[in-house]
Design a protein around this ligand. Structure first.
Ligand SMILES: *Cc1c(COP(=O)(O)O)cnc(C)c1O
Length: 458
């Protein structure tokens, strides 16, 4: 008789991994190097020293397989980790699928998402180096909230450039950041050259993630003893997020499971990179062969309609160039409600794995379909998901239905990256019936891609 798997598969505090896993150590082919925009030559760790704390620069380039998690970071992780893996029995029953659906839930901390996993070590390494202040940007607000919490804990001043339209539309997000002690400026602002230039041309400019990044980086590199912090895309962020996948693998092992499918939403790629990590290691070393699926919004389809090319990470073109799937740094996605997925580029690690066919598949899904899935999930599994996370729910449901058609009892693991308590305007739009699926036209896509800078010789 098969033993029923519990709804919630829980680990104890001492089962939190003591090291992060660096997937690059097991990749036979490496992502192409970052390019220093000043020299147009491959960048080295030292090139990043003015932007990030030195240990984080080292982690960006390291080929070590495992990196020790500092004791101080583990102490914070223990306040909200390990996170549960949950068996979605109700959803399985509703879909009448032979597939088994599991999800790893990262939304039960106050910041409401997985971003805290990287915010904590980033602030810790800055503090350890004696950095006096951190700058960052935030779009939807999750990263700003997570970094505010980590900065409060380590007593580190924080300045956040928040995309102006979100600053005005999401007063409660901003207030959480204030409560944890951060200074929040609407971007574009008059505190940077880039912000002033944009406002001089267009005083009513409501901002974008790319502009806010430019402002935060400019402020960091032009202010003594100040560094910048980024919540996605970078190798160091995927490293920190590997804790998600390592915990999940242990949790599934406890119930004698191994995923046939690993599914995550992808904005800059950090949660998917983290959830995949331990299973990707098995794939790269020939031990197992899970099928990996990245899910992106059809409104910002970097993997499915972008190109694999060198591009800047920001609008102001002051960051290094990365080889990645990109829609072009000038591409401004329409204001879809999954703010965390509105980035033109993608993690260079995930981009390389996708280009080489190791990250098996990317799917683009429409916003209305995503909210249909979100509400179905909320009603039957009880958690109100973040709109970003609901992209993974939508794909997991689709895969479970495909399994049903083929009569296959496969095991699905997806990442539920956050809760939707601060996204109620999006739910209001869905509930009023005004939400629609949206995808940019071919002309929109071609315009962004045609403006990507050509790097000679690359
Ligand atoms: C930021 C965010 C994402 C997308 O970022 P990734 O780096 O691709 O993981 C997804 N879900 C939530 C809840 C987020 O806050």
């Amino acid at each position: 008789m098969s033993k029923k798997v519990p709804n919630r598969i829980l680990l104890t505090e001492d089962q939190i991994p003591k090291q992060w896993y660096n997937v690059r150590a097991d990749m036979k082919e490496q992502p192409d190097p970052y390019i220093n925009p000043g020299t147009m030559k491959p960048a080295v760790a030292e090139d990043f020293y003015p932007i990030f704390a030195e240990e984080l620069c080292r982690q960006e380039f390291t080929m070590e397989r495992y990196v020790d998690i500092p004791e101080e970071v583990l102490e914070y992780y223990k306040l909200y980790r390990p996170s549960p893996v949950i068996r979605a029995y109700n959803l399985e029953r509703l879909l009448d699928t032979p597939a088994k659906i599991y999800y790893k839930y990262e939304g039960s901390n106050t910041s409401g998402s997985h971003k805290l996993n990287s915010a904590v070590p980033q602030v810790y390494y800055n503090k350890k180096q004696g950095i006096a202040r951190i700058t960052t940007e935030t779009g939807a607000g999750q990263w700003g909230t997570a970094l505010s919490m980590a900065c409060a804990y380590f007593d580190m001043p924080l300045r956040i450039y928040m995309v102006k339209v979100s600053y005005e539309q999401k007063p409660y997000r901003k207030e959480v950041m204030h409560t944890y002690g951060a200074d929040v400026f609407p971007s574009p602002s008059d505190t940077t050259n880039i912000g002033r230039a944009i406002l001089a041309k267009d005083p009513g400019n409501t901002g974008s993630l790319g502009t806010a990044i430019s402002e935060a980086v400019e402020m960091a590199v032009s202010t003594p003893n100040t560094r910048y912090s980024l919540g996605s895309v970078l190798n160091q962020v995927l490293l920190h997020q590997s804790i998600i996948g390592m915990e999940a693998k242990t949790q599934l092992e406890m119930v004698d499971e191994y995923p046939d499918y690993v599914i995550g939403c992808s904005g800059g790629g950090s949660n998917l990179g983290g959830l995949m990590s331990a299973f990707m290691q098995d794939k790269l070393t020939g031990k197992a062969n899970a099928h990996f699926i990245a899910v992106e919004p059809s409104a910002c389809p970097s993997f499915t309609r972008g190109v694999y090319a060198y591009d800047f990470c920001d609008v102001g073109h002051i960051t290094p160039l990365a080889k990645m799937y990109t829609l072009g740094s000038s591409f401004i996605p329409t204001s879809i409600h999954a703010g965390g997925l509105r980035y033109h580029g993608m993690s260079p690690i995930l981009s390389k794995l996708y280009h080489d066919g190791i990250l098996d598949e990317a799917r683009a899904v429409g916003q209305k379909d995503v909210f249909d899935a979100a509400v179905l999930f909320a009603k039957h599994e009880s958690i109100l998901p973040a709109p970003e996370s609901a992209h993974a729910i939508k794909a997991a449901i689709d895969v479970a239905l495909e399994c049903k058609e083929r009569g296959e009892a496969k095991t699905i693991l997806f990442g539920l990256t956050g809760n939707g308590y601060f996204d109620l305007a999006a739910y209001a739009s869905y509930n009023s019936g005004s939400m629609e699926n949206y995808a940019p036209t071919d002309e929109d896509i071609e315009k962004g891609i045609s403006e990507i800078i050509k790097v000679p010789g690359l």
